[in-house]
Design a protein around this ligand. Structure first.
Ligand code: DGY
Length: 324
């Protein structure tokens, strides 16, 4: 019998072709995320689900999808998916690590430079007609070159950020569950516990996955440990940071500035107080948003889906224990 797949967003590149060659496709054509009720209704009779990072794949969804065998998300992060429930139900989950590492690390460095060197304020200064004669103290930021850059979560993306940081002549600190001998040997990176990293770094880069143990990793007490001149950059997931505490830290000068590609809540409402702060640069989750990278992610997710439906090993599976 033909396999059937629900695709929750018009995918990029050849993704739809790849899936359609193997299965019949029900495509949500809307230009906003599929409403929850629609998702729950349309998942009822499908074998596979091709989803985005903002589709919640939880117990309720799995209960509504008795035939479901494969979930493939167009993202590396799987915090929107209840992996334990999927595994119990023998639903294999694919994701897209690797292909977005470099683009996300590029964006992390772009955001660091924009934040530390106050590019947003500079652009606004020019556009608003306030640019007058040269002022020696206009919009002074903080150096990125020769600084101390602390990486929280030195996985693929964190390591790619470290490689770029080394190019800036920065000293690199990292914190994570395991030692990273390659980072230490190649870039002289030094491992610290979180408190040590926060108190020593000029720029703190969050690249850790969102899990119960990283939720609100950066709370008020963590922010209090940082230098008052420090920058916090988050390209991982919004809930790593306690947003209310960050607002207070930026408003009261516990830290100098923050650059966020991800927020909690996400999207951040236009009237959110963080957006009124000049020392907070916010981007709309653009980490992997280059034509090449998003196309590769979309196509990899499509291949994962087809492989999963055919009972073959995926290029990247987030719950390989399902095969055990
Ligand atoms: C991911 O893949 O998890 C990113 O957040 C989007 O590129």
């Amino acid at each position: 019998m033909a396999k059937s797949v629900l695709v929750t967003r018009q995918p990029l590149g050849r993704a739809l072709e790849i899936i359609s060659a193997d299965a019949s496709v029900d495509l949500w054509g809307g230009d906003v995320s599929m409403p929850r009720a629609e998702l729950l209704a349309r998942v009822a009779s499908v074998d596979g689900l091709y989803c985005m990072l903002n589709d919640r794949i939880d117990r309720e969804l799995l209960a509504a999808a008795p035939q479901l065998r494969v979930v493939s998300t167009m993202a590396v992060g799987v915090d929107n998916i209840d992996l334990a429930v999927c595994t119990r139900r023998d639903v294999v989950v694919g994701h897209t690590p690797g292909v977005l590492t470099e683009a996300t690390a590029d964006l992390a460095v772009a955001l660091l430079l924009a934040t530390a060197r106050r590019l947003g304020e500079g652009i606004e200064h020019v556009r608003s007609g306030r640019w007058g004669e040269f002022q020696p103290d206009l919009l002074l930021g903080r150096d990125v070159h020769s600084s101390v850059i602390g990486i929280v979560g030195p996985g693929r993306i964190g390591s790619a950020v470290a490689r770029r940081a080394a190019g800036f002549g920065a000293s690199i600190l990292y914190t994570g569950p395991t030692a990273k001998p390659t980072l230490e040997q190649e870039f002289g990176a030094k491992r610290r516990d979180l408190s040590g990293l926060l108190s020593e770094a000029d720029h703190v880069m969050l690249t850790a996955p969102l899990r119960p143990d990283t939720h609100h990793l950066i709370d008020a007490s963590a922010l209090r440990l940082m230098k008052s001149t420090a920058t916090l950059i988050n390209v991982a997931r919004g809930p790593l940071v306690d947003t209310a505490a960050l607002y207070e830290a930026l408003r009261s000068g516990w830290i100098a500035a923050a650059g966020l590609d991800v927020t909690d809540p996400e999207p951040l409402p236009a009237d959110h107080p963080l957006l009124g702060l000049p020392n907070c640069v916010v981007l709309p989750h653009l980490g992997s948003a280059s034509v090449q990278t998003r196309t590769e992610m979309a196509e990899m997710a499509a291949r994962n889906l087809v492989l999963g439906l055919n009972g073959e090993p995926m290029e990247a599976c987030a719950n390989p224990e399902v095969y055990a």
